[in-house]
Design a protein around this ligand. Structure first.
Ligand code: NDP
Ligand code: MG
Length: 391
């Protein structure tokens, strides 16, 4: 029986993964090693019972007792805290879903790779903050990373049977998010609730807001550079409001391979789950005649400064991705808390990046797990300090 674990089981990707596992036979077909969550321990316990997991882990120590109580009478181990997440990743498993949100997903994913696992990677922050480190760890231990982000899954699928040396460019599509058609002058006043509603995809709140600001696409450009080993100028972003074409791969002969599908993450998750085979998946089928037309346009740089910042991050290299991601996470926290406006997020991230890159070493320091975590902490601290000082 295949042994699987889900990190971030209670989130949007985690729920979709759970749904697919249950449809493909649940505990009769899979041996579930670890399921992890954060505060939603009631749901974590339900999932652990349904899949008969070996262990359920909450990231938060203060949630331990509630999780323990919810699992009393079941032969399921319970643990809490960041270290417990890493230990859970050391347990033998064949396939591990990395779907924690934010840089908190890095250490458990890294630990799974150090054990030679197949890591289905939804947590794009891992590649943005520590891409070279993760890839080297995977190589050293014979581990496999399968992309779950829909665009990267699409590119991955477009490359099957191809030689990466024949790839001229990669085109990632972006829906444009919640404010695609808003007048620019209204954006400064955009509320958290307005930014939290995506026109096409049903996702966790943080990535949905990141889609409205295009920080999500900025992370994805860096993710693509790391994962597919292409240069920044080989990666293009195009706004595609229907979210039907997820990405395109352009080859040296001028041909473009597009991957299309309904916006349902269960396709990319299911592809990673069943790879290298394909299986029936419960996703709606496209009716192209009913859709009628697909639109594409260039992203407006004034509306989406995050895309420019991603280019700067790739230019700096080294630990810039870790600083960028953490500053973005802090800015998002501040926006959700009502302390800064929607447009202030990009301004704050830019300020953190410019202050940190003015110091020595951001672009040249070795990327170790410790360096990445220290840079992450420093960028968050700086972002909050700049906000507190009203700079
Ligand atoms: P959600 O916010 O829906 O879920 C996040 C998960 O991580 C939950 O299980 C949550 O627990 C847990 N979690 C939150 N904070 C921590 C922490 N500090 N330590 C450990 N666990 C924590 O996120 P999504 O499912 O939307 O996204 C997950 C990842 O997948 C992100 O990296 C995102 O960028 C990526 N992704 C998501 C897509 C989507 O469609 N949702 C598409 C492509 C990529 P709890 O809820 O119990 O507190
Ligand atoms: Mg994506």
């Amino acid at each position: 029986m295949r042994k699987i674990s889900i990190f971030g089981a209670t989130g949007s990707i985690g729920e979709s993964t759970f749904d697919l596992l249950m449809r493909q036979g649940g505990p009769e077909a899979f041996h579930t090693v670890a399921l992890t969550g954060g505060r939603n321990v009631a749901r974590l316990a339900e999932m652990a019972i349904a899949l008969r997991a070996e262990i359920a882990v909450t990231a938060h120590d203060e949630c331990y007792d509630t999780l323990k109580a919810a699992l009393s009478g079941h032969k399921i181990a319970v643990a809490s805290g960041a270290q417990a997440l890493v230990e859970a990743a050391h347990r033998p498993a064949d396939w591990v879903m990395s779907a924690i949100v934010g840089s908190a997903g890095l250490a458990p994913g890294f630990a799974a790779l150090s054990q030679g696992r197949t890591l289905a990677l939804a947590n794009k922050e891992s590649l943005v903050t520590a891409g070279p480190l993760l890839l080297a760890e995977a190589r050293a231990h014979g581990a496999t990373i399968l992309p779950v982000d829909s665009e990267h899954s699409a590119i991955f699928q477009g490359l099957v049977g191809e030689d990466i040396a024949d790839v001229e460019r990669i085109i990632i599509t972006a829906s444009g998010g919640a404010f695609r058609d808003w007048p620019m002058e209204k954006l400064a006043q955009a509320s958290v609730a307005q930014a939290s509603s995506h026109p096409n995809w049903d996702m966790g709140q943080r990535i949905t807001i990141d889609s409205a600001s295009m920080f999500n696409k900025a992370l994805e450009v860096i993710e693509a550079k790391e994962f597919f080993a292409v240069t920044p100028d080989q990666i293009e972003v195009v706004v595609h409001p229907q979210s039907i074409v997820h990405a395109l791969v352009g080859f040296r002969d001028g041909g473009l391979m597009a991957h299309m599908g309904v916006p349902d993450m269960r396709h990319a998750i299911g592809y990673a789950l069943n790879w290298p085979a394909r299986r029936e998946l419960p996703v709606a089928r496209l009716d192209l005649a009913a859709i009628g037309q697909l639109d594409f346009r260039a992203p407006d740089p004034a509306r989406y400064p995050a895309l420019r910042l991603a280019r700067e991050v790739m230019e700096i290299g080294g630990l810039a991705g870790a600083a960028f991601n953490a500053a973005k996470e802090a800015a998002l926290d501040l926006f959700i808390a009502g302390r800064i406006g929607f447009l202030d997020m990009a301004r704050l991230v830019e300020q953190v990046l410019s202050e940190m890159s003015a110091r020595q070493g951001l672009g040249t320091a070795a990327i170790s797990l410790d360096n990445v975590l220290a840079t992450d902490a420093e960028a968050r601290r700086l972002a909050f300090a700049i906000c507190d000082q009203g700079r």
